[in-house]
Design a protein around this ligand. Structure first.
Ligand SMILES: Nc1ncnc2c1ncn2[C@@H]1O[C@H](COP(=O)(O)OP(=O)(O)OP(=O)(O)O)[C@@H](O)[C@H]1O
Length: 249
């Protein structure tokens, strides 16, 4: 279980996160929505260790995780994997699929850690690419690249996947395929998912919970199915209205 306790973060004395608290249970999926520039990515980076909070704690299975990558053990780093918004800049485009996935396998082995073989990871997210191991990354579509990034993230056998606007650069088909993969991983491999989003698509009712970050705090935290009716904070209501105004995707 992931537990965030009173996390604060300021940039140049501007408070971005003020005492953020929430928990994410094993195998649970949480959408983290909030205003633009509201600190969602900062919070996600603090959880995975690429940024240090000013104060507060991140705990995984009751263990306090230290500030940044350098202070975390290989096992703690393996436990939390991050999927970036832009799959094109998350990979080396001139490398082959085999090199891309093989590098993560090698790093895990170097640290003496067991891992999911790359072919098995690919079967979970993009089985149709198993015959394309020697193709270069630049030959794949954005949706395929994002699913390759998810396969790479599975190799260390993580407990938690953090996705940061990971479908926002994809077309509708690519988005649907990535969401299908994430929900299947949660269901079948019991991976917890924390998904940072700008807007909420209420037609994809497969998330367990929605939390809303506003003014540096979590102002709403409800089961997905109760959010439309029970969300009370004005910003949550705005999220709902804009979702219906612009039409569900
Ligand atoms: N390294 C940094 N140095 C200074 N300011 C930063 C830094 N990273 C983020 N910020 C600022 O902190 C605020 C929160 O940024 P963050 O990216 O976490 O928000 P967000 O909710 O993910 O935004 P968006 O929805 O637009 O992606 C913004 O005002 C941003 O400009």
């Amino acid at each position: 279980m992931l537990e965030i306790r009173n996390v604060t973060k300021s940039y140049d004395e501007k408070a971005v996160l003020s005492s953020v608290c929430f928990t994410l249970l094993d195998g649970e999926s949480l959408l983290l929505a909030g205003e633009t520039g509201g600190g969602k990515t900062t919070l996600a980076r603090i959880i995975c260790g690429s940024q240090c909070p000013d104060s507060g704690e991140v705990l995984l299975d009751g263990r306090r995780l230290l500030g940044t990558y350098r202070k975390r053990s290989p096992g703690e780093l393996a436990d939390i994997q991050y999927i970036f918004q832009d799959p094109y800049s998350a990979v080396e485009l001139t490398s082959t699929l085999r090199q891309t996935l093989g590098e993560t396998e090698r790093v895990m082995k170097r640290h003496g850690r067991g891992c999911l073989p790359m072919e098995e990871a690919l079967i979970q997210t993009a089985p149709e690419l198993l015959g394309d191991m020697d193709k270069k990354m630049e030959q794949f579509s954005g949706g395929q690249l994002q699913r390759i990034c998810i396969a790479r993230a599975l190799i260390p056998r993580p407990k938690l996947l953090i996705t940061d606007e990971s479908t926002s650069m994809l077309d509708k088909d690519g988005e649907d395929e990535v969401l299908d993969v994430l929900h299947r991983l949660k269901r079948e491999r019991k991976v917890s998912i924390l998904s940072v989003v700008h807007d909420i698509d209420f037609s994809v009712a497969r998330w367990d919970r929605i939390a809303v970050l506003f003014g540096g705090r979590i102002v709403e935290d409800l089961p997905f199915g109760r959010f439309l009716e029970e969300a009370a904070h004005p910003y949550s209501r705005r999220l709902i209205e804009s979702s219906f105004f612009f039409g569900e995707k």
